[in-house]
Write a protein that binds this ligand. Structure first.
Ligand code: FES
Length: 163
């Protein structure tokens, strides 16, 4: 399983709320802090903020969190996979690579974390390495000129290592 911290510590949340004086105008900053701590936004944290801050509701907090791409509503995996779909990578075949990853990890459209919590998937735009397109990054390691076969082998290797 992952080392992601998923058990909610309400003291941490209270500290964050206090830091931002329970003001709804600081909602984005509060959510950023929560994400910094947990690496994603746990539902209970959004509900808690929605209940504690005057003028907000859990639904409002959830609505704001889903609007901004910077917020993740699912925990990240031990291996964070980023597939570049900037223009250069797209033209050189990032989509077959992405589909191979989704198939291998059983990630249907919209699902970003594998059931075992090991892998999470994110599509990003240009990573600044267009000469190496299509590019995949797993944690901090850059994999250049990816193909669906190559990425499958890399994932198989990681899966085997974790077994
Ligand atoms: S478009 Fe993928 S690295 Fe630039």
């Amino acid at each position: 399983m992952t080392g992601t911290c998923t058990k909610l510590d309400f003291r941490v949340l209270n500290d964050i709320l206090e830091k931002y004086e329970y003001k709804k105008s600081y909602l984005i900053a509060m959510l950023q802090k929560v994400q910094e701590v947990y690496k994603y936004l746990p539902e209970e944290a959004m509900t808690y903020i929605g209940e504690k801050v005057e003028g907000l509701s859990p639904a409002t907090v959830y609505g704001v969190a889903t609007f901004y791409a910077q917020f993740s509503l699912e925990p990240k995996g031990k291996y964070e996979i980023k597939v570049c779909d900037g223009t250069a990578c797209h033209v050189r075949g990032s989509m077959p690579v992405l589909n191979a990853i989704r198939n291998k990890l059983n990630l249907k459209e919209g699902k970003i974390t594998s059931d075992n919590g090991l892998f999470s998937l994110e599509i990003v735009s240009c990573l600044g390495a267009c000469g190496l397109a299509p590019v995949v990054v797993i944690n901090d390691k850059v994999y250049p000129q990816m193909t669906s076969d190559a990425v499958s082998i890399i994932l198989d290797t990681l899966i085997k290592e974790e077994a």
